[in-house]
Design a protein. Structure first.
Ligand code: PHE
Length: 341
């Protein structure tokens, strides 16, 4: 009899189902009024006295286990069908609510705009698909001029007309100059495109902020002072700037600006490639041809322009070593900028 009960205990333990009918059949078989337990209790009187205690305990154990099993299976079944309203704890604190973060490019773009808006610059925007005039010709890139190769361009056809994905936001400045009387003091932030192989240091699109100031008697000294103000606001009071002669078709003279390396305090490190300086932007005095192309009297007005890549500034600020990280949307990268706003 002991063996019979042990076998039954095993059977109870192993029984599993998610069918209501099978649970009921199991209940009737073991616990029902004509069930196994009933028979066992009936036989119990024939058990020799010295075994009664042990066998009695086993029968009781079987009864309890069977009842527990039936209850557990029933509960499980109800849980699947619907959550019991009594099981919902309305006082429990909710799961933490994940907030997104601003993209580093957005953070830096805002910072650049904030710095220049404190000295009177406004923001202007224009189309990303540009015609040849606004992206090149008005900016002193004559047709077939080799300077057009400086910025490898993506071309698209629009109703038969060849258009370019703008290679810089200087195109927006042309539009502003065409439509606004000086004085002009504006920034044009936006996405630009260049036909370059994607690598850690180059991408087929990136973001720029270009600036333009046109008024009477604007000089190179104004440009230098404005950029110095920007560099100190952006990279810290101790930052020094360095202007190197350069070439752009739309500015004359032209320069590139470096800032002292804030990583090593100009002592030389691998970020500044041991030069102590980091190149951050191109600039110059707007070429009189460009002013005339846009209907501005170059005898009366002069101006300066500058342009910088936001990715580059963000790379220096946050020590990002691969441009591709900006556009891959990897949460592990992006969530690091949570505290930044
Ligand atoms: N348009 C230039 C570029 O995209 C930057 C620049 C702007 C240089 C204004 C000089 C003056 O590289």
């Amino acid at each position: 009899m002991k063996e019979q009960i042990t076998t039954l205990l095993n059977e109870v333990e192993q029984f599993a189902t998610d069918s209501k009918e099978q649970i009921e059949a199991f209940r009737i078989k073991i616990l029902g009024s004509k069930g196994v337990l009933k028979d066992l209790f009936a036989e119990f009187k024939n058990v020799p006295n010295e075994q009664k205690k042990e066998v009695g305990q086993l029968i009781n154990e079987l009864k309890e286990k069977a009842q527990e099993k039936v209850n557990a299976l029933k509960e499980q079944l109800e849980g699947l069908a619907s959550t019991n309203a009594n099981d919902i704890d309305l006082t429990r604190t909710s799961y933490p609510f994940e907030l997104g973060s601003k993209h580093p490019i957005s953070i830096v773009r805002k910072e650049i705009i904030d710095i220049f808006s404190r000295i009177g610059f406004t923001v202007s925007e224009g189309p990303e698909i540009e015609d040849d005039w606004h992206n090149f010709t008005a900016l002193n890139f004559p047709p077939e001029h080799p300077a057009r190769d400086m910025q490898d361009t993506f071309f698209v056809k629009n109703d038969g007309e060849e258009m370019a994905l703008r290679t810089h936001t200087s195109s927006v400045q042309v539009r502003i100059m065409e439509n606004t009387k000086p004085p002009i003091r504006t920034l044009s932030p936006g996405r630009v495109y260049r036909n370059e192989a994607i690598s850690a240091r180059a991408h087929c699109f990136f973001h720029q902020v270009e600036g333009l100031y046109i008024a009477e008697k604007v000089s190179f000294a104004d440009l230098k002072q404005t950029l110095m103000y920007f560099a100190k606001e952006m990279f810290g009071e101790k930052t020094e700037i360095r202007l190197r002669p350069s070439y752009f078709p739309f500015t004359e003279p032209s320069a590139e600006m470096d800032v002292s390396c804030s990583v090593c305090n100009s002592k030389g490190c691998n970020v500044c490639k041991y030069t102590g300086y980091l190149e951050i932007l191109g600039c110059g005095m707007v070429d009189p041809n460009v002013l005339e192309n846009c209907g501005i009297d170059s005898k009366k007005y002069s101006g300066f322009a500058f342009g910088m890549g936001i990715e580059r500034i963000a790379m220096l600020k946050y020590k990002v070593n691969d441009l591709r990280l900006y556009s891959e949307g990897d949460i592990r990268f992006l969530s690091q900028f949570k505290k930044a706003f």
